[in-house]
Ligand binder design. Structure first.
Ligand code: ADP
Ligand code: ASP
Ligand code: MG
Length: 447
């Protein structure tokens, strides 16, 4: 059971999560994010210290400390237990203050700062459960969560070390609490699984231990059919295939970390998205089952750059393609969308600019055009080739919008378009109206 930032945002919310995780006796591992706002504050402190702005860093830190003091008082009303809890919480603030006054500040320090949010929420939960008389054991993420030299989770290491920690717990332990997001890298330094990474912690644990179900508890009742931060009339999707959920997460549905579905998908472990604020709501089940004949949802990913490379015809078509991809591989830059003709190829990368060295290498193959500030909009559903009509419905919805690229047929589950960032909102609204509005997205409804 993974609980996100808003689910543990205050003393009251932490107590509510404690109710939820102790409601049944089933053995479970609970993954906690940092209290909402904490990681953002820690990121900001890191930036200020990197820029030698000690005063600004201390101002943010003081505000954060004040919030934790208040929440600790509320969660531990008894004087003795407050003193014990505050001693623990205050260790973090002492550590952060020390860093603010240090003469040097490195990237290693920055990562250590970022790790503090999850360490705090987990420590507070464990102490709170102890006060309730609940037996729970902490699993320190820094002892089992690890990435390899490619900065990908080292699943063998995770499985071996996590199993060992669990084996060492007192016999009969049914409840484990661990920090989401934080890990060590291949060199043993403190690192993290990128923003939103607690979801990834949960699915990596679920896959390592081959659990029955992975639950992601958040502040909304499951995956919605469009981005609720932009579109008002969204509604939850009850069932998604692993592939559909992976595409939505990768292409910007913030409810899930971009790659967190992969470990669950590989082991076929169902993932349920649930709402901490409405625990009885059905949420979304991600599994091998899905509803056919439907367009399910839309997501958007910002900060995209499009590159078009026109061959100088010094290479055969197949060598041209091969050389283009090899250059991206050499620079370790993943490509999201591709469209090609006999003499040119367009592709997108998730970056605000094209790195200069890659630009120079690409210019050796032909002329290049680069467009910045683009957004990928991904429509997910039952998109098999013989399921005629959905492509037309989607493109009809976009009849007023300048589309720069279209990608279809890469899988049975999505159609992706590239639009200017300035057109993102109206693209999402148009898709919402045409696919999920009065015009039902059921096949044939437009006929
Ligand atoms: P947590 O802190 O629990 O990890 P997040 O903020 O990371 O929560 O993710 C939940 C948020 O994701 C929702 O509050 C919602 O605003 C946003 N979101 C974006 N796209 C979607 C979507 N398609 N379905 C549901 N939520 C979405
Ligand atoms: N606390 C981290 C973040 O805000 C990880 C997470 O919440 O999943 O990104
Ligand atoms: Mg999240």
């Amino acid at each position: 059971m993974k609980f996100g930032g808003t689910s543990v945002a205050s003393a009251q919310r932490i107590a509510h999560v404690a109710d939820l995780i102790t409601a049944t006796d089933e053995p479970k591992i609970v993954v906690l994010s940092a209290m909402a706002g904490t990681t953002n504050a820690l990121v900001e402190i890191g930036h200020q210290l990197m820029a030698h702005h000690r005063h600004e860093a201390l101002t943010i830190l003081t505000k954060l400390k004040h919030k934790y003091e208040q929440e600790t008082q509320l969660l531990f009303p008894d004087k003795h237990s407050y003193d014990r809890a505050w001693t623990l919480v205050n260790e973090t603030f002492f550590f952060l203050e020390q860093l603010c006054y240090s003469d040097t500040f490195t990237l290693f320090d920055e990562k250590k700062i970022l790790a503090r949010g999850e360490l705090l929420s987990t420590a507070m939960m464990l102490r709170h459960l102890e006060d309730r008389g609940v037996r729970a054991v902490g699993l320190p993420a820094l002892e089992y969560m690890r990435t390899n030299k490619q900065a990908e989770p080292d699943e063998d290491y995770i499985q071996a070390h996590l199993s060992e920690l669990i084996k060492r717990a007192p016999e009969g332990t049914q409840l484990f609490i661990t920090e989401g997001y934080i890990c060590r890298n291949a060199f043993g330094d403190i690192d993290n699984l990128q923003r939103g990474g607690s979801d990834y912690t949960a699915t990596l644990i679920g896959a390592a231990l081959e659990v029955d179900e992975i639950q992601i508890w958040t502040d909304i009742d499951g995956m919605h059919n469009n981005d609720p931060r932009i579109v008002d009339a969204t509604s939850p999707v009850r069932r998604l295939h692993f592939e559909e959920a992976s595409e939505l997460a990768y292409f910007g549905a913030k409810i899930l970390h971009p790659t967190c579905i992969q470990p669950a998908k590989r082991r076929h472990i169902p993932v349920r998205l649930l709402n901490t604020m409405a625990p009885d709501a059905p949420g979304t089940l991600i599994s091998l089952d899905t509803d056919k004949d439907m367009i399910k949802a839309v997501a958007a990913k910002d900060n995209i750059t499009m590159i078009r490379i026109r061959s100088n015809h010094q290479l055969s078509h197949w060598s041209f393609m091969g050389k283009v991809f090899a250059l991206f591989e050499h620079h370790c830059i993943p490509i999201d969308m591709i469209a090609s003709t006999e003499a040119s190829i367009s592709l997108t990368i998730e970056r605000s600019t094209l790195p200069d060295d890659l630009r120079h290498s690409l210019q050796g193959l032909g002329s290049i055009d680069v467009e910045h500030d683009m957004t990928i909009v991904c429509v997910v559903g039952d998109m098999e080739w013989d399921n005629v009509g959905f492509e037309a419905q989607i493109l009809n919805a976009l009849s007023e919008i300048p589309v720069h690229m279209i990608s279809y047929g890469g899988s049975d589950y999505n159609l992706t378009v590239l639009v200017e960032a300035a057109d993102k909102r109206r693209t999402l609204l148009a898709l919402s109206d045409h696919l999920f509005g009065s015009k039902d997205a059921k096949k044939g409804a437009d006929k």
